[in-house]
Design a protein around this ligand. Sequence first.
Ligand SMILES: [Zn+2]
Length: 171
Amino acid sequence: MTRKPVVEVRRSQRRRRTVSAYRDGERVVVLIPDQFSRAEESEWVDRMLARLAAREGRLARSDAELLVRASRLIDNYLPEYGSAAVPASVRWVTNQNGRWGSCTPADRTIRISHRIQDMPDWVIDYVLLHELTHLIVPSHNAEFWALVARYPRSERARGYLEGVAATAAIP
Ligand SMILES: [Zn+2]
């Protein structure tokens, strides 16, 4: 369902070239320089609405998107395992505050905590790849970590998550 939002254009004499937009409840406020013509105004409003929609679409991370992400990670980092690394289901959950992700190898299900939903893509990829790897190697042994290390930003992502955990006091 797409509904065209109510747009409020605010002209600013202090602005020279920069345009910005933000959502304010049901409205979208677009800030433009005062010297813009009507044509420029309407062009920029369209452009900013498209940009805002793209930004919000990226944040609305769905279970379907997780599955797409999972198959891309398997292709890139675990190609020789093929279907052995494909989960039966992978979904976002909100009841998992102590862990970023979890995997049940017996029924091949993976759950990812909503707490990482707004984190950078490369962190989500790490958490997901970590859980996918558990479908192949259930425990945290040397073989497991060797597979996870195929993802170039593994260590950086672990550092990122440790930093967040330390701040939020998550074990
Ligand atoms: Zn693990």
